[in-house]
Design a protein around this ligand. Structure first.
Ligand code: ARG
Length: 256
């Protein structure tokens, strides 16, 4: 049975990775409760494309640096990647730029999902505008219960094989690390110090949102990382904790 669990985990994230070992994904997920929006409301959002298809989200850190999840960049070459910025639609509009290099956090672990963060260097600089804007990094973790929003082109129900073309978002509340690891939820010790959670009834990020932005108080507080199913009440969405990983991002952005 354990092997079966791990095997299923490996395919749980249709467009990327995964849930940490030992968590069995359920196949009857529900709508993640999103609302269609436009890029003007989330101008830091980008679509990371692999061989021409949307694969993950990401956030604009500067005119030529994107922050995303390390699990989005496993076994890929920079030449197969492109970034679309400045568009409400993942498959048209805005600007589509090539990737010259990327760097995964050296301490990312695909089994535990710790340190699930990466930076990408664009081959040409974005020209910043009302639809293409950088977002600052949180310097302290948001408080438990703080309002936040997460956006992306990920699936609208767990297990779905199609993604929306129009950018979606949901409002959620931060679930602090301590609370997320407590017996109030199902994760326990799977929640590590580089992670933070967020949840709202019937609302969550899902497959294809990975790497994308969780924003609170106007700064990037999380990077979509993993979850057990999507929008299951006992299982908040789990994010890389940007405040905890901030110094890594700043230095990697300067060296990638
Ligand atoms: N690992 C997924 C991806 O690669 C993201 C899963 C987020 N899940 C959640 N319930 N918040 O797209």
């Amino acid at each position: 049975m354990l092997k079966f669990v791990i095997l299923l985990s490996a395919v749980a994230c249709a467009l990327g990775a995964t849930v940490p070992e030992g968590l069995l994904p359920q196949l009857d997920g529900r709508i993640v409760g999103g609302t269609a929006t436009t890029i003007s409301s989330f101008p830091w959002q980008i679509s990371l494309q692999r061989s021409g298809s949307h694969s993950c989200g990401g956030s604009i850190y500067s005119a030529n640096i994107i922050v995303t999840a390390a699990h989005c960049l496993q076994s890929v070459s920079a030449s197969s990647l492109k970034v679309r910025a400045g568009s409400t639609y993942w498959n048209s509009g805005g600007t589509l730029v090539s990737v010259s290099a990327f760097k995964n956090n050296e301490n990312y672990n695909a089994n535990t999902m710790v340190n699930d963060i990466a930076v990408i260097r664009l081959a040409s600089s974005l020209s910043l505008s009302s639809t293409i804007k950088a977002i600052g990094l949180a310097s302290s973790a948001p408080a438990n219960g703080a309002a936040a929003s997460v956006s992306g082109w990920g699936t609208q129900s767990y297990g779905s094989s199609s993604i929306p073309t129009t950018l979606q978002y949901v409002n959620v509340n931060i679930v602090g690390r301590t609370q997320c690891a407590s017996s109030s939820y199902g994760y326990g010790s799977e929640i590590r110090s580089s992670m933070i959670c967020a949840a709202a009834s019937g609302k969550d990020a899902c497959q294809g949102d990975s790497g994308g932005p969780l924003v609170s108080g106007g700064v990037l507080v999380g990077v979509v990382s993993w979850g057990y199913g999507c929008a299951y009440s006992n299982y908040p969405g789990v994010y890389a904790d940007v405040a905890a990983l901030r110094s890594w991002v700043v230095s990697a952005a300067g060296s990638v």
